[in-house]
Design a binder for this molecule. Sequence first.
Ligand SMILES: [Zn+2]
Length: 374
Amino acid sequence: MILSSEIYLKCSQCGYEISAGNNEIMLTGRCPRCHGLLFIKYRKPVFKVNKNERGIWRYSLLPPFKNRVTLGEGLTPVSRVEEILVKNEKFNPTGLYSDRASALISSFLRDIDAKKVYVGYSEEFTKSLIYYLAGVSLYIVASSIFDIDPEDIMLFAGKGLDLVYEYPNDAAVVYYENPLTIEGLKTIVFELYEKSVKTENIVVPAKSGILALSLYKGIEDLNEAGIETSFQVTAATLKGFNPQILRNLRRVKVFEVSEVELYEAYRKLLRKGFKIKPLAALSYHVAEIIGDSVAVVTMGYKTRTTGRGSDVKKLVLDIVSRKPLITAYEIWKEKPVYTLRAVYKAIKSMELNGEICFEVKTRGVRKVKLYKLC
Ligand SMILES: [Zn+2]
């Protein structure tokens, strides 16, 4: 039983509390009274940071799982892009902020020893989750092949995954919106707090509103652990899209932009060389308007793509010469200007070409490769 003396569930909308239930409630449970999304609550909330842990598992106030899956998600950099402070979620393993959710969901599935998992299709999230669930039998549930992004279909086919068009009778389907996703995404707030980012507004793009709801939950968790922050969440959305789940939440403001205005802002960013999706452009644009903000985005910089491979290699050599005997992950974290994947790829090829050498050492229970100059 996953609900315990440590955690219980509480409806995000009406406050109804649930202290017992089967495992599935963590993935598919909704409030029996109002169908609202459920929050995982901690009976003794204490906020602590274990700086030796990499990524999101450094924080307390996460469910007490036996297995903690991580591929290096979280601790994404905060930097200034032109006048705007951005927290760039591109620097997650698959380049998506849903990697934070995938880490929580895959840990839970490992705890309950799930052998076969149905994943409800949604753009981006599904891509991230299957990366985290390598080795598990996966079925993608969609209403029609037409509803799936063609690039995603190529990915599913390439990985030999089955598509299912009907809701299975015998198993739960993991959709993006669940209590574990919220726990994963809320770590964005914990990171901003840990780094003492001085800002009033955290601006996030809002379509379903789950990211904004999760950040709100992170602020609430800190408060309940006795920590006061000045953080407010601003959900940047399109006119007429005001998500239902964000209504009546203290500390969440909804800022609406027209379609025409968003497209104009988006084109401006593209012309400047940013590689950004319209939804991310939405939070960047709103942060520009309201000021004193940090915008949560996923964005790349076109200018960095020329001769990229050799640039990454140069950076790796520079870091290894200054800090010998360092893991690939630590090399990336030292200066996260490229994606984790790009850095791993560069190191792999340098290893093959003999441009970089390594020693294998035991750290805790794991064997790790520590890189050095040859
Ligand atoms: Zn409710």
